[in-house]
Design a protein around this ligand. Sequence first.
Ligand SMILES: Cc1ncc(C[n+]2csc(CCOP(=O)(O)OP(=O)(O)O)c2C)c(N)n1
Ligand code: SF4
Ligand SMILES: [Mg+2]
Length: 254
Amino acid sequence: MTTATVLEPKMPKSWRQETKPHKFCPGCGHGDILKALGTAIDELGIQDRVVFGCDIGCSLLSWDFFNCDAIQTHHGRTTPVMTGIKRARPELICIAYMGDGGGYAIGAQHLVNAASRNEKLTVILANNAQYGMTGGQMAPTSLPGMKTETSPYGRDVDATGNPTLGPEMVAAITPASAYVARGTMANIPQLTRMMKKALQNQIDGNGFSFVEALSACPTNWRMNAAKTWEFVEKEMTKYFKVGELKVPAAKQEG
Ligand SMILES: Cc1ncc(C[n+]2csc(CCOP(=O)(O)OP(=O)(O)O)c2C)c(N)n1
Ligand code: SF4
Ligand SMILES: [Mg+2]
């Protein structure tokens, strides 16, 4: 008689186990990014103080992801909703989670204003270079020449501008007490460290913290696993440089 080995999935403690497997498409970056966030929450021991806000877009599929209080907002409005909660209950750790469309298109004004005011909350943005939930339309982050549903011949930067560099913009408009970084789903240990520093900045009451994470949307990119990975690691990083842009009195990420 043979004994079968049962492989137990290893999930962050802060994840809500009964809502897994999650609802994202296979190979989607959202799940990896939320794993980094869950590990950061675990390691900081803040689960009972976290309020998690998610946007419209595929990020909304994370409304029941964590064993934390959660709120699902209108498209682009997660940052002001979390600002309100943080101002009313400063002891809570407020996390706004959104896509590149939510943060850099419809919600761009909220990101700019919250960053300018140095609101003491944490914004995590999954950049998959297009609007995933609605079928792959061009976003402010679509790469030059990238084919999407609304740029079938490739993004023309003369007509539509260059891709938005979110962390670079946030770093330029925040004071020195903010934390700003760009990580990637291709380096989860580094992304987790960035998220921990961002959350620690909020815990310390320093100011705004912002982490963009390069993410994959294999469904709308219409790519297999190998091509998806190559696009995140080789194509996206040509334009979107991974690293820390603003670190208040802490060691720079190597
Ligand atoms: C006010 C409003 N405008 C437009 C929409 C349609 N809409 C839903 S999700 C979405 C884009 C989502 O893209 P992104 O924020 O990049 O998230 P992703 O799905 O790629 O993770 C849009 C335009 C909406 N729900 N509400
Ligand atoms: S459509 Fe794209 S972003 Fe949305 S869940 Fe699927 S792979 Fe992820
Ligand atoms: Mg997107």
